[in-house]
Design a binder for this molecule. Structure first.
Ligand SMILES: Cc1cc2nc3c(=O)[nH]c(=O)nc-3n(C[C@H](O)[C@H](O)[C@H](O)COP(=O)(O)OP(=O)(O)OC[C@H]3O[C@@H](n4cnc5c(N)ncnc54)[C@H](O)[C@@H]3O)c2cc1C
Length: 385
């Protein structure tokens, strides 16, 4: 007798979508691949940086998850309310789904409300409405002070706030108002992209310096006053702004924090090579996991890692169901393009599992890295969804 298995993917972001494709490619149709998300559309988050400086529209960077149905993936839209990893039973919109294999790819929850005044005063460009609000605020600016702020030291895509500042610089230069606009970066962390090492950190600092963007590390925001447009930092300093673009604090999604999957810090602990949790048949990938590295900090949260982990988990689940194929291991390799404006980007990548610290190579900015990022965006949006 042939049995039918059900693989349930929680989250239709980077990890969920990659895993869905990789599983469907390998599993005979009698096995079900079910993907669950609360959002109708999948958003290609890296393009928010282009959107905020008027280079993309919302409809150009999102696609309905329903597009996966024609590829043989069962898409369920709804709020994931409960996950029982012991039984692999998930509650979605009041209904239960039972999984033979469960992959949790629920990302990170953004929590701007934990900093008093932040939401009222600034634009959270890690969301579509926030990036659109920032775009409108920048378009209406002729002179003044723009501040890019990271509201906590650890956040997904460690390059993004630095790219944002560099793209804003290029945008105001193009409009001929750079002399009338100051751009400052205030960061909670001690330096840009610290886990990638001093070469990467130094290269990003140099880029900022070369564009006359003062950098203020180790400034942890305490509160923001929307009326006086002032940021107060824990170290006693303050900064005034006309336009505030911020990266909010992150935390594990509520449904994870309330489940047996949560570690003390809320994120999910996994085997760093197989992405298995301590519960048989339950895997977690992407931003929702915390993987400690030898240098004492976790693997950065980034789509490139969610992508690589999803491939490994999907291959291993397919091998277990099909009874063929050898076990794959996630090896900690990853890279990223760093947009700097004027149609150019830098590039960095390497082995983040290397010990005692990651081995990362940094490439000088040029047009080809920017074109690489654009090509990746197009192929993602047209081939994956
Ligand atoms: C501005 C910006 C630029 C970026 N640029 C890059 C880049 O250049 N390179 C790179 O590698 N990474 C980049 N990233 C980071 C990248 O987008 C994330 O690391 C990646 O999306 C993580 O994938 P994931 O699958 O873990 O989570 P996500 O892609 O965040 O997906 C999680 C999904 O789970 C769903 N979900 C969560 N909770 C529930 C629930 N209770 N019920 C139902 N659904 C739920 C969400 O709706 C979401 O669709 C960028 C991020 C931002 C914001």
């Amino acid at each position: 007798m042939t049995t039918s298995k059900t693989v349930v993917l929680l989250g239709g972001g980077v990890g969920g979508v990659v895993a869905a494709h990789a599983l469907r490619k390998r599993l005979p149709r009698r096995h079900r691949v079910v993907l669950v998300d609360r959002e109708r559309d999948h958003l290609f988050a890296p393009s928010l940086l282009w959107l905020m400086v008027g280079q993309r529209e919302a409809d150009g960077i999102r696609r309905p998850l329903a597009g996966l149905v024609r590829k043989g993936i069962d898409v369920r839209l709804g709020e994931i309310e409960k996950i029982d990893p012991e039984t692999r039973r998930v509650t979605v919109g009041g209904e239960t789904i039972d999984a033979d294999h469960l992959v949790v790819a629920l990302g990170a929850e953004l929590a701007p409300e934990v900093i008093p005044g932040l939401q009222q005063a600034g634009h959270n460009f890690y969301t579509l409405p926030g990036a659109e609000g920032l775009r409108d605020a920048l378009a209406g600016t002729k002179r003044g002070r723009v501040v890019v702020l990271t509201a906590a030291p650890a956040y997904k895509c460690p390059a993004a706030p630095y790219e944002a500042a560099l793209l804003i610089d290029a945008y105001v230069r193009k409009r001929g108002i750079r002399d009338a606009v100051t751009i400052d970066v205030y960061a909670a962390e001690p330096g840009p992209m610290g886990v990638a090492g001093p070469e990467m950190s130094g290269a990003v600092k140099q880029l900022l310096q070369g564009k006359d963007i003062p950098y203020h590390p180790e400034h942890q925001v305490q509160s923001v006053d929307a009326a006086t447009r002032r940021i107060v930092f824990a170290n006693g300093a303050h900064a005034d702004f006309d336009v505030l673009a911020y990266v909010p604090p992150h935390r594990a999604p509520r449904v994870i924090r309330e489940s047996a999957l949560a570690s003390a810090a809320g994120w999910i602990s996994v085997d760093r090579h197989s992405l298995e949790t301590r519960f048989p048949g339950v895997y977690a990938i992407g931003d929702v996991v915390s993987i400690p590295l030898a240098l004492g900090k976790p693997l950065p949260k980034a789509g490139v890692f969610a992508h690589g982990q999803a491939e490994v988990v999907a291959k291993n689940i397919a091998a277990a169901i099909n009874g063929t194929g050898k076990a794959e291991r996630f090896d900690g390799h990853g890279n990223c393009f760093i947009e700097i404006g004027d149609g150019k980007a830098g590039f960095g990548g390497g082995d983040f599992y290397a010990e005692p610290k990651p081995i990362v190579t940094v490439r000088a900015p040029g047009r080809r890295w920017h074109l690489g990022k654009v090509l990746f965006e197009k192929s993602w949006l047209y081939l994956k969804l």
